[in-house]
Ligand binder design. Structure first.
Ligand SMILES: [Zn+2]
Length: 447
């Protein structure tokens, strides 16, 4: 049974627009953690959750949490949601889409009087972006119980500490650990999110499924050469730090291109003293390397480091390479793990092709965007002559999310687990239907 007839795409869009008005500035969208704007957005979300049949509250770290009980009280939950904070000058769908759509799905369940064999909780995380305190994911880390006490001393650019901001928001900084949830209370977490890359739009697809959350390694490189007069030092006698850095940048780009799904970005490059008539004596740059496979990332970082050292040695300049960020292991998403072997091959191939296309046309330097991982795209159906007749830009509405289309090997599961999986698929279908109903038909109409 599908809940899709009661899911309203129009209401989802109206609620996203309402959230977009909770902003620091009238002509853009900025809504940082524990701000009056986040409070206003949270109040809207609390109201929508209650209308949808949920019990709703703000937890100890400022997340909005709504709960729709299952067919018995206090069952473990499937957790849905996304973040309510934004980066500065954000897009209105980032975060809001996942919260609003999840509430809409619960509203549809409640309208039909349906209860599932598990509870559904919707969370609007108060902090995901880290735009205010410089530390990301405070909301979900609090729920996971991994927030250390030191974070309370973090300060924003006005010197306001997290401790003080929590108190201003009406929360007790001594009790942020109350937001933590025991592992056994949460069966699974799923998040609907806009794609922060160009692939789905280029493919004309309404939805894809994340198959991995990529780990990232970051390096800071400083090169010391010899500054000199631009007019008097012959080319053969120069130790130009910036020219060495430029050669390193190109070598890193070429190394990244050799590994499928791996990306490497030099996002910042500085030269000193930085004058038009002085040979740069010092150059520094950053490198950000990401891959859904830790072994690929480690190999690329080692190769890039070796290339930097070789280039600098040949040019007679000194290089220092510092590792400024090393992630926990890459997380493989459930959708891919659960896929049947034959279809998994296709899924992985599709994802690799998508990532190759993405890496060719999109040098994403943002710290967090690839966190959303690699997309396994459902193969596009061959258009029938009739469908072709509708012309370019018409979406194939029969395209289904890969996880729904693939199915999972349910034969080996217990009856209860099978029921949970099927219920999850119902939710995925509802997401798909709601998304398909609101996806703009012409690329770039509002994103
Ligand atoms: Zn986001």
């Amino acid at each position: 049974m599908s809940v899709s007839p009661a899911v309203s795409g129009a209401r989802i869009m109206a609620h996203i627009d309402a959230l977009a008005r909770c902003s620091e500035q009238p002509d853009g969208l900025t809504r940082v953690y524990l701000s009056p704007e986040l409070r206003a957005a949270s109040e809207l979300v609390l109201g929508w959750m209650r209308e949808a049949g949920m019990c709703a509250r703000i937890d100890a770290i400022g997340n909005v949490v709504g709960r729709y009980e299952g067919d018995a009280l206090r069952l473990p939950c499937v957790m849905l949601g996304s973040h309510l904070d934004t980066v500065r000058d954000a897009g209105k769908y980032d975060g809001a889409l996942g919260v609003v759509t999840a509430i809409e799905c619960v509203r549809a369940l409640a309208a039909q009087g349906r209860r599932l064999p598990f509870a559904v909780e919707v969370v609007g995380f108060g902090d995901e972006e880290g735009a205010r305190f410089g530390a990301t994911l405070l909301g979900s880390r609090a729920i996971a119980g991994t927030l250390g006490p030191k974070v309370l001393d973090l300060a924003d650019r006005d010197g306001v500490t997290l401790r003080a901001a929590l108190a201003d928001y009406g929360l007790d900084p001594a009790h942020v650990s109350d937001a933590a949830r025991p592992r056994e209370e949460i069966l699974a977490y799923a998040e609907l999110h806009i794609e922060q890359g160009p692939v789905l739009e280029a493919e004309g697809l309404p939805v894809g499924v994340v198959t991995a959350i990529s780990g990232a390694t970051r390096l800071a490189i400083a090169i010391d050469g010899t500054a000199g007069h631009a007019g008097t030092v012959p080319m053969g006698l120069r130790r130009d730090a910036l020219a060495a850095a430029a050669e390193c940048v190109v070598a890193i780009e070429a190394r990244a291109a050799r590994t499928p799904e791996l990306v490497a970005t030099v996002g910042r490059l500085e030269a000193l003293p930085g004058a038009v008539n002085v040979i740069p004596g010092r150059a520094s740059f950053t490198v950000d390397v990401r891959s859904p496979r830790d072994v690929d990332r480690a190999a690329a970082v080692a190769d890039a480091t070796a290339a930097i050292e070789a280039i600098c040695a040949r040019r007679g300049v000194r290089a220092r390479v510092d590792r400024t960020h090393e992630p926990h292991r890459t997380v493989r998403a459930v959708a891919e793990v659960a896929a049947r072997p034959r279809d998994r091959r296709r899924g992985v191939r599709g994802a690799r092709a998508a990532e190759r296309r993405r890496s060719r046309c999109h040098g994403d330097g943002g710290g967090r965007r690839y966190r959303h991982g690699v997309l396994a795209l459902p193969r596009r159906r061959q258009p029938s002559p009739r469908r072709e007749h509708h012309g370019r830009g018409r979406r194939d509405r029969s395209a289904r999310p890969a996880a729904v289309r693939r199915g999972v090997p349910t034969a080996a599961m217990s009856a209860a687990a099978r029921q949970r999986v099927h219920a999850l698929h119902d939710r995925l279908r509802a997401f798909r239907d709601a998304l398909t109903a609101v996806t703009p038909r012409t690329p770039g109409s509002d994103a």
